[in-house]
Design a protein around this ligand. Structure first.
Ligand code: PLP
Length: 404
């Protein structure tokens, strides 16, 4: 060993990039499990279902047929065409295949969009609680996140008037995620129309509509922001196969946008990857063509678990929770528990509460600070009924025993 230390060579970007609290909590749960502890992890947002067999079969068949080479960087022409048809039929969005860029997951699609639109001096409005990656990615691009918050009493939806008041000449993008991770909130058509009216009044403002949970909707209507009058030209629509089709590990997502943005997203993507895996794209074609029976079956299982989780959380002292119309997350507000004690452990923050739930009770959750909300914790109910029941029983007992 020469003693050379490369750590000081890391770029400022690398030094400031954070892997995120979710990954840290998931890892802490795995570490405890590896040491023999009985830990129930409700951290990571991924379906516990296997990918439907017809999609797996399509992938192996595609490999056997030689779809093992580079695909075009923005995506295969037939998948882009099939997605244009899907977006028209299911979402009322009229995109041409050229408007659609296929990426290695919705996460990369979002990164492509942010890198295409945002640079130093640009402000991006985030509606907290929000998916943690939005803020990280905007900062990574050199932009400035402007965080607006809504609490459980507002259904976790920032009123449009507050959004309108936060827009400055530097605001370029509003991040809209409906159904929302981590809260499960869903924007109604009327709420979206009110936002569209605000957006219409600004000539350098766009919306990134992240619709990745579109198929995990229990109540209400799925409205695509870009389908509202005049909004198609103002919207980057992001979606993917991870959640609805239980395909997280396949890494396939996409973004659809007006041509200049779509072309820029393609250029961003070709800098960091040569595009998405070819046989996965062929399997995605099969996923789209195969109907939605499997998607609906999984959604109904999540609905059952949603009811179970809501019932249990509502019965817990010190926990406030509203409706969960979509996604597989519960985001209970636990502000009444903050400041209370279990022996020497003081729950002065939601991080302290989440650490204690993990270490003392073997339940891994994610503190709301990861989502820009310091009074809640997130539980993923994409877990077995049995695990959920055990975790909720432990949690009820733990909260009831808090002192102070
Ligand atoms: C709101 C939201 N958008 C995007 C993603 C990323 O999805 P993908 O697995 O397709 O990258 C996630 C994943 O957790 C998410 O919760």
């Amino acid at each position: 060993m020469s003693g050379f230390d490369c750590a000081p060579l890391l770029s400022a970007r690398a030094q400031s990039a954070d892997e995120g609290i979710i990954m840290r909590m998931a890892q802490a749960a795995r570490d405890l499990k590896a040491r023999g502890r009985d830990v129930i992890s409700l951290t990571v947002g991924e379906p516990d279902f296997a990918t439907p067999k017809y999609i797996c079969d399509a992938a192996t068949d595609a490999m056997a047929r030689g779809f093992t080479h580079y695909a075009p960087a923005p995506g295969m022409a037939d998948l882009r065409a099939a997605l244009a048809a899907k977006l028209k039929d299911e979402n009322g969005l009229t995109y041409q295949p050229g408007n659609i860029i296929i990426a290695n997951g919705a996460k990369q699609a979002i990164t492509n969009a942010i890198l295409s639109l945002i640079g130093p001096g640009d402000e991006v409005i985030m509606l907290a609680p929000f998916w943690v990656s939005y803020e990280i990615t905007v900062k990574f691009a050199g932009g400035t996140p402007v965080v607006l918050s809504a609490g459980v009493d507002e259904g976790y939806k920032v009123p449009v008037a507050r959004i309108a008041a936060a827009i400055t000449p530097r605001t370029k993008l509003i991040m809209l995620n409906s159904p929302c991770n981590p809260t499960g909130a869903v924007w109604s058509r009327a709420e979206m129309a009110a936002l569209a009216a605000v957006v219409r009044g600004h000539d350098r403002l766009m919306v990134l509509a992240d619709e990745i949970y579109e198929y995990i909707l229990f109540d209400g209507e799925m409205v695509s922001f870009g389908s509202l009058p005049d909004m198609l030209e103002r919207t980057v629509t992001v979606n993917g196969f991870s959640k609805g089709f239980a395909m997280t590990g396949w890494r396939l997502g996409y973004a659809a946008a007006p041509l200049p943005v779509a072309q820029a997203m393609g250029r961003m993507q070709s800098i960091v990857s040569a595009g998405a895996n070819q046989f996965v794209q062929v399997a995605a074609l099969a996923a789209l063509a195969g109907g939605r029976d499997e998607v609906v079956k999984m959604r109904e299982a999540y609905r059952r678990r949603r009811d179970l989780v809501l019932g249990a959380l509502r019965a817990m002292p010190g926990v406030a929770i509203g409706q969960i119309p979509g996604t597989f997350y519960a985001f209970p507000d636990v502000s009444s528990l903050l400041g209370r004690r279990a022996g020497n452990h003081v729950m002065d923050t939601v991080e302290a509460l989440a650490d204690w739930l993990l270490e003392a009770h073997g339940i891994a959750t994610v503190p709301g600070t990861a989502f820009g909300a310091a009074t809640s914790i997130r539980l993923s109910f994409a877990a077995s009924d049995d695990d959920l029941k055990r975790a909720l029983a432990r949690m009820a007992e733990a909260f009831a025993a808090l002192e102070g």
